[in-house]
Ligand binder design. Structure first.
Ligand SMILES: Cc1cc2nc3c(=O)[nH]c(=O)nc-3n(C[C@H](O)[C@H](O)[C@H](O)COP(=O)(O)OP(=O)(O)OC[C@H]3O[C@@H](n4cnc5c(N)ncnc54)[C@H](O)[C@@H]3O)c2cc1C
Length: 461
């Protein structure tokens, strides 16, 4: 039987392990440096609260997470986001201002809603109005297949500078944590690139789309995303999960790959490297000098502060209706800002006991780097202070969870997809080597599951 090593037991590595277990055609081991599987996915459950320490859901449009949940017997647990309540706010001079209805990221389908919104100046509203009128010109200048540009440059071409600053930057920072002046539009917003090619105008493209089947924007699981991890882990043969077993060396042998832990070496026919790219880079640096170059991307860190308020505490709170708010980048580096806050008990059912309130605050980008080294208490106090500035005074939470996710979000810089094509060609030169994880083709959970499972199938071939 083929022997496969999986390095990293996050969502991508664990999905690979699950696929191998399901096939029954390989002997394998998952080497995980920490004491638990799941990586950034971690769910805590207490007093009726389901507290997500990392991701809270997946984008419903991508099928792979749902498919996996169904296979794992979790179909009855699937819950959609409460889209009837889907409002997002932007924090502006201490006040929450609602984003206009009908926006897909920074692109509106309803220009009337833009005209009524206090978020935009007359100039930005005029830029939005002009965009569909310039459809032909935009189509002519659309990105060619071999071209890429930053998200900021792309949005600027369509809607001007103000929309870049007020909407696009906080939205994308909320997902990637980094600067939209560097993020690749082709890697991060491929659907918009396709729309530009077909319609020129993004507004016209959205307006021409048929009404969707009523599918919610996000999906999660009633008992939390940790259920995916628990169910997949339960399918692995005993002894397959090697927890607290960090891989410190990887090299080719005549017949396959040798992995080295702190106290042992073991040979395998194939290896699936599902670690963060900076670890993958270090493990593969002696295999080929091109790996360090192609895996040399930047990362952004994130801090999650989850606050759970029991019903009696929550009574005095006045949280507006919606999914949460975003914070545009501040100019004062001594005043670390939140990136965003999610109103978890409104975004999904079953995240809090009835009348309880569950908030998740995020620090990211430079603010998160500046907070390195602060203890959990200082971070939760800072988060509560920042939240109070937007939401009014907050009572003492029943539960406070702080999670640091250092260098957790790879930055897909301009040219990312071209680099990934070179990386794929390089990997193909090394039989038995497979990569999976959030550094390559998407950072969301559905993509982790897809890439992990595909890597396992390739390893079996
Ligand atoms: C705060 C936050 C919120 C997010 N929210 C969402 C969301 O709502 N929806 C969504 O779809 N996505 C979200 N994401 C993105 C998504 O969670 C991640 O991209 C995904 O979980 C990454 O999975 P992974 O398997 O690639 O990596 P990881 O989860 O980082 O797993 C890698 C694993 O490798 C292990 N490892 C590292 N080095 C070694 C070594 N040398 N030997 C052995 N093991 C090693 C690590 O301990 C870790 O367990 C979020 C990300 C963050 C940070």
């Amino acid at each position: 039987m083929k022997r496969v090593a999986i390095i990293g037991g996050g969502m991508s590595g664990l999905s690979a392990a699950y696929e191998l277990a399901r096939s029954g055609c390989a002997e394998f081991a998952v080497f995980e440096a920490s004491a638990r599987l799941g990586g950034i996915v971690e769910t805590l459950r207490a007093d009726g609260f389901v507290i997500e320490c990392g991701p809270d859901s997946w984008v419903s449009e991508k099928p792979w997470a749902r498919e996996l949940a169904v296979e794992l017997g979790l179909e009855a647990e699937l819950i959609p986001s409460n889209d009837a309540q889907r409002r997002t706010y932007l924090l502006r001079e201490g006040a929450l201002v609602q984003m206009p209805d009908g926006m897909t990221m920074m692109v509106p389908s309803d220009l009337e809603a833009i005209a009524q919104s206090p978020l935009f100046s007359a100039e930005a509203r005029a830029a939005y109005r002009r965009e569909p009128e310039q459809a032909e010109d935009l189509k002519q200048s659309a990105l060619r297949d071999d071209e890429d540009e930053s998200v900021a440059a792309f949005v600027r071409r369509h809607f001007g500078e103000e929309v870049v600053r007020t909407v696009a930057a906080p939205l994308l920072s909320g997902i990637f944590g980094g600067s939209i002046e560097r993020l690749s539009v082709r890697a991060v917003m491929p659907a918009f690139v396709r729309m530009e090619r077909e319609h020129g105008s993004l507004i016209a493209a959205l307006q021409s789309r048929k009404a969707k089947s009523g599918q919610a924007v996000f999906t999660t699981l009633r008992s939390g995303l940790g259920a995916l991890v628990e169910r997949m882990a339960a399918t692995l043969p005993r002894e397959a999960a090697r927890l607290s077993d960090q891989i410190i060396g990887l090299r080719r042998t005549e017949r396959g790959w040798r992995v080295r832990t702190v106290d042992a070496e073991e040979d395998f026919d194939s290896v699936i490297v599902a670690t963060p790219a900076y670890v993958t880079r270090s493990l593969l640096r002696w295999t080929d000098e091109e790996f360090p170059e192609l895996l040399g991307m930047d990362f952004s860190s994130a801090i999650v502060v989850a606050l759970a308020f029991a019903p009696e505490q929550a009574r005095s709170m006045k949280i507006p209706q919606g999914f949460g708010y975003l914070v545009p980048k501040g100019t004062d580096a001594t005043h670390p800002q939140l990136l965003a806050c999610t109103f978890m008990d409104q975004k999904f059912a079953h995240r809090a006991p009835e009348d309880g309130v569950h908030l998740r605050a995020f620090f990211g980008g430079a603010a998160a780097e500046n907070l390195l080294g602060q203890d959990d208490r200082a971070l939760s106090e800072l988060a509560i202070q920042r939240l109070s500035e937007a939401l009014g005074p907050l009572p003492e939470p029943q539960h406070t969870i702080v999670r640091w996710w250092p260098a957790s979000l790879p930055q897909y810089a301009v040219g990312h997809l071209a680099r990934m094509a070179r990386l794929e060609a390089l990997v193909a030169q090394y039989p038995g080597l497979h990569l999976a994880g959030n550094a390559y083709y998407g950072v969301g959970l559905p993509d982790m599951i897809r890439m992990g499972r595909e890597a396992a199938r390739r390893a079996l071939r």
